[in-house]
Design a protein around this ligand. Structure first.
Ligand code: GDP
Length: 364
């Protein structure tokens, strides 16, 4: 699944948000997962298509369980101004942040005299730059070490090392100019083992008080401008409200949100934006036994998607029966959908689409 690391200055609302996430994790039913680390929380990806399909495959009293996909949130503590100097960012910090696919950068956009701001005033753009600078410095430190290593190898006539060294130099120039590595594209793919943080996409999470949820306040507007210039997404939330929502039953939560004048919880929005930012889509397996969502990258072909379910299904992939989810709902089941001619047979080159229902035919 997708994993998103939560970063931000102290006192911006990270723990409040993360507590809401962990409560949502505990409350969510149907998790086929074992225990997870204390700094990790899981939020299901909201998907109304699954409940519609569960109704289609309900037989008498037997309602097929819905197994949604989820997004993992990792609480990445320990980022303060100057963290990358002196002792450097802690190893635990670096290990945690390097593992995530994307970064949710929480920014304080609320005023409250009782909550001390580390810099003494609320200034979201300054806060963003403080954090971004630390991340850039951390990347520079790591990459400089890497570059020395690569240059040594390049002297021994290692062509691959020479190419990587010139890539590292290019990226270092971007970082030295105070820009994140993702600010530019490079001729070659940036290897994962460069361990860079600033290649990861960022979503800015503007944390506001409940009165500012419907209309943007001046702080949020500034964050939006900053993000737009970077091509990054912004999600406006109220961490405090998320905390309250996570303790309510679904129906009550919906009414509460409606009263506030918003349609969707901040966490749900964050999950959706995370999907979009990373180019992820969902395909579904569906029948009387269960209705289940799977996460894949946009552009993946049928065998790779089958491999999400089980590696054997990818290795032994013969072909797949595929139908759009809404066609399945309209038909009312596999047999009816087949007799209408709506179930297609797709081969190894088929590129999966969001909302496809797939049944894999494989050799074992
Ligand atoms: P962290 O240091 O980033 O983890 O920040 P916390 O989640 O601990 O929040 C710092 C303080 O700000 C706590 O006292 C929270 O209750 C408070 N806080 C968080 N979000 C909001 C908000 O939207 N409005 C107000 N007024 N206070 C908030």
């Amino acid at each position: 699944g997708l994993s998103i690391g939560i970063v931000g200055l102290p006192n911006v609302g990270k723990s409040t948000l993360f507590n809401a996430i962990t409560r949502a994790t505990v409350l969510a039913a149907n998790y086929p997962f074992a225990t997870i680390e204390p700094n990790v929380g899981r939020v299901t990806v909201p998907d109304e298509r699954l409940s519609a399909l569960s109704r289609v495959f309900t037989k008498g009293e037997r309602v097929p369980p819905i197994i949604p996909t989820y997004v993992e949130f990792v609480d990445i503590a320990g980022l303060v101004k100057g963290a990358s100097q002196g002792e450097g960012l802690g190893n635990q910090f670096l290990a945690n942040i390097r593992e995530v696919d994307a970064i949710a950068h929480v920014v304080r956009c609320f005023e409250d005299d009782n909550v001390i701001h580390v810099a003494g005033r609320v200034d979201p753009v300054d806060d963003i730059e403080t954090i971004n600078t630390e991340l850039i410095l951390a990347d520079m430190a790591g990459l400089e070490k890497r570059l020395q290593n690569l240059q040594k190898k390049a002297k021994g006539n290692d062509k691959e090392a020479a190419a990587l060294a010139s890539l590292a130099e290019e990226i270092l120039a971007v970082l030295a100019a105070g820009k994140p590595a993702r600010a530019r594209e490079y001729d070659q793919p940036v290897p994962k083992d460069f361990g860079l943080i600033t290649t990861k996409p960022v979503i800015y999470v503007a944390n506001v008080g409940e009165n500012d949820l419907t209309e943007d306040n001046a702080y949020v507007r500034r964050v939006r401008e900053y993000a737009a210039a970077e091509g990054a997404q912004v999600v406006k939330i109220s961490a405090q409200i998320e905390g309250e929502l996570s303790e309510m039953p679904e129906e009550e939560a919906r009414e509460f949100l409606a009263d506030l004048g918003v349609q969707e919880s901040g966490l749900d929005q964050l999950v959706k934006v995370g999907y979009k930012t990373l180019g992820l889509i969902t395909f579904i397996t569906s029948g009387e036994k269960e209705v289940r969502a799977w996460t894949i990258r946009n552009g993946e072909k049928a065998p790779e998607a089958a491999g999400e379910i089980h590696t054997d299904l990818e290795k032994g992939f013969i072909r797949a029966e595929v139908i759009e989810w809404d066609k399945m709902v309209e038909a009312g089941g596999w047999a009816a959908a087949k007799s209408k001619g709506w179930v297609r047979t797709e081969g190894k080159e088929y590129v999966m689409k969001d909302g496809d229902i797939m049944n894999v035919l494989h050799s074992s």
